[in-house]
Design a protein around this ligand. Structure first.
Ligand code: SAM
Length: 195
């Protein structure tokens, strides 16, 4: 996740710390909203040269930005880019990945610097999250940063909360983190791990 003025540093640090602890060399990771490629690049570093990252975005420009960022870091070969709706991830990811994803990362909302009409939507986000549950391996994790500060974002965050609560009795551990900066409504981060 990139740092920008709209995103509190403490939340960014929490997400990065969790990913650094969780993702190991050789893992397979998914960035379901690659945007400008900051998260994809971090994941590419973490999986090492024996791992792989699949990065999805619905915008051509997002894939271009991500590709350029990876090339600048000489890490393009660790990442497979997919122009797709993440709701369709089950037909996008190679079958060999099913049940082996170590982590899936969602940074919701719109791509900084782009058309704000191209934004994640509750229906497709929930479809993608649900699909991820089938693609994650044992102890696999989902990281979701949601932005309730825009109209669709409030509904999206609320519905993700309900969805995550329903997973807890089914063997998942969920934690929500909201930054302590007093902003209303603040971005929030869901960390969900299969037990
Ligand atoms: C906040 S940005 C992601 C930022 C990115 N993680 C980074 O590190 O730069 C959200 C991204 O989600 C993408 N997006 C929106 N709806 C999508 C969908 N249904 N499927 C895939 N990507 C989508 C947008 O195009 C946008 O690039």
């Amino acid at each position: 996740m990139q740092s920008d003025p709209a995103r509190p540093e403490s939340l960014v640090r929490s997400v990065h710390r969790a990913l650094e602890r969780h993702v190991r060399t050789g893992d397979i990771a998914l960035d379901a909203t690659c945007g400008n490629g900051h998260d994809t690049l971090r994941l590419a570093r973490q999986v090492g040269d024996t791992g792989c990252v699949h990065a999805i975005d619905i915008q051509d420009e997002a894939l271009t930005q991500t590709r350029l960022r990876l090339q600048a870091a000489c890490l393009g070969t660790r990442v497979e880019l997919h122009r797709a709706n993440h709701a369709d991830l089950s037909s996008v990811l190679p079958a060999s990945v099913r049940g082996r994803l170590r982590v899936a990362v969602f940074n919701l909302g719109y791509r900084p610097g782009s058309d704000r009409c191209i934004v994640t939507r509750p229906e497709t986000t929930l479809a993608a999250l649900q699909a991820c549950c089938e693609w994650l391996g044992g102890e696999g994790a989902l990281s979701v940063v949601a932005y309730p500060g825009h109209p669709a974002g409030a509904e999206e965050a609320a519905r993700i909360g309900q969805w995550a609560n329903d997973l807890i009795p089914r063997g998942w551990r969920a934690s929500w983190t909201c930054p302590p900066d007093g902003r209303r409504p603040a971005p929030r981060w869901l960390w969900l791990v299969r037990q």
